[in-house]
Design a protein around this ligand. Structure first.
Ligand SMILES: *Cc1c(COP(=O)(O)O)cnc(C)c1O
Length: 370
């Protein structure tokens, strides 16, 4: 077992026989896409599970970001975080808007609300924060600022599946939130995603927009896109929803062991659970202080990789460092010191529902003993 690979994640897969049973139903019905019965069922079950009023399924987690900005006619500048997956900023760019980066709070990795006001200009129309690693943003403070300046808030909640604050879903915050159901996420439909909204009228409008803008056979209400989820993936999603709680609990147990072992390792820091928050244990990032740890982040990363333990440097490089964005004034590293520090010190340790006790021991041995 010594040299078997441990990947950073492993997809949650439904039972194949059960999936086959649902596929048979689809074959019999001959209704394979366009708001079929499994599609409707999954939207309903997800809304209940997530404790949100309305869910609209999408084919991935990027298209709901693009569509949210379109639906609210966002123009000009959008304030966002560089410490995320590139799709966050790409969605702003694809809408012809200018991303404006603000620094993060090292305590959470999320956009620092106290840096937002200084980034607002007369062209600012929206804020797009990310609940990075599933850590809830300071949604109250962000709402205060957005309300004061008349800005929309779209949360990229790709990491925040099932996350609650004081019993309330974090997905209910902002004007809209988006989810990714990619294979690497806590809950997956192979490829997939969703948008969460507050009212039925918005749900209707979003459902039109993800179907080319069609509001009837002959009516197109706007320049829509195609992001319709097929019945196969909806059925897969229905089965996975039934086992996601157990998967999150298995992740929780891994996090408990990681924290116990790493708490007293000098030069290694990580996030603890936050009181009142129901976490989803989507990722387990650790941050290496080279001077105290006695080894650089990259050396540790390579050492792990050399024995088949595949950590990932999420999120390095920062989005603001990619060629498309690094020319922006707000991408200047001096504007983003905390984000740079995190990006240069992070490794996400393997985290998924099937890590065995032996796997966790093998990973910890590498990190604890230098
Ligand atoms: C995964 C992810 C996305 C994109 O989701 P896809 O389903 O891969 O399109 C967007 N934002 C963040 C923060 C992500 O992690």
């Amino acid at each position: 077992m010594e040299n078997s690979r441990i990947t950073v994640t492993s997809p949650l897969l439904p039972n194949l026989d059960e999936f086959y049973g649902l596929l048979k139903q689809i074959w019999n019905s001959k209704w394979i896409t366009n708001n079929g019965s499994f599609h409707k069922q999954l939207e309903k079950e997800l809304a209940e599970y997530l404790k949100v009023p309305f869910v609209s399924l999408f084919t991935n987690g990027t298209l709901p970001l693009l569509t949210a900005l379109q639906a609210m006619r966002i123009t000009g500048e959008v304030i966002t975080t560089p410490y995320s997956f590139v799709a966050t900023t790409h969605s702003i760019w694809w809408n012809g808007c200018k991303p404006v980066f603000v620094d993060v709070d090292p305590a959470t990795g999320n956009m620092d609300p106290e840096k937002i006001e200084a980034a607002i200009t007369p062209r600012t129309t929206a804020i797009m924060p990310v609940h990075v690693y599933g850590q809830p943003c300071d949604t109250k403070r962000i709402k205060e600022i957005a309300d004061r300046y008349g800005l929309k808030v779209i949360y990229d909640a790709a990491h925040a599946f099932g996350v609650q604050v004081n019993g309330e879903s974090v997905l209910n915050e902002g004007d809209m939130s988006t989810l990714s159901f990619h294979a690497t996420k806590v809950y997956n439909t192979i490829e997939g995603g969703a948008m969460v909204m507050h009212d039925e009228a918005t749900k209707k409008r979003i459902d039109y927009l993800k179907n080319f803008g069609f509001a009837g056979e002959t009516t197109v209400v706007g320049p829509g896109i195609n992001s319709k989820v097929d019945e196969m993936r909806a059925a897969y999603g229905i089965l996975n929803l039934r086992q996601v709680d157990a998967a999150i609990e298995a992740r929780h147990q891994v996090a408990v062991r990681y924290r116990e072992a790493l708490r007293n390792v000098e030069g290694v820091t990580f996030f603890d659970d936050i009181e009142g928050v129901k976490h989803n244990y989507a990722y387990f990032p650790i941050f290496i202080d080279e001077a105290k740890y006695g080894m650089s982040r990259d050396d540790l990363y390579v050492k792990m990789k050399s024995v088949g333990v595949l950590g990932r440097r999420y999120f390095y490089p920062l989005i603001s460092e990619f060629s498309t964005y690094r020319g922006l004034e707000s991408a200047n590293p001096e504007n983003l010191p905390n984000a740079h520090k995190m990006a240069n010190s992070v490794i996400c340790l393997p985290m998924h529902h099937q890590l065995s006790d032996d796997d966790v021991s093998r990973i910890l041995e590498l990190v604890v003993k230098k």
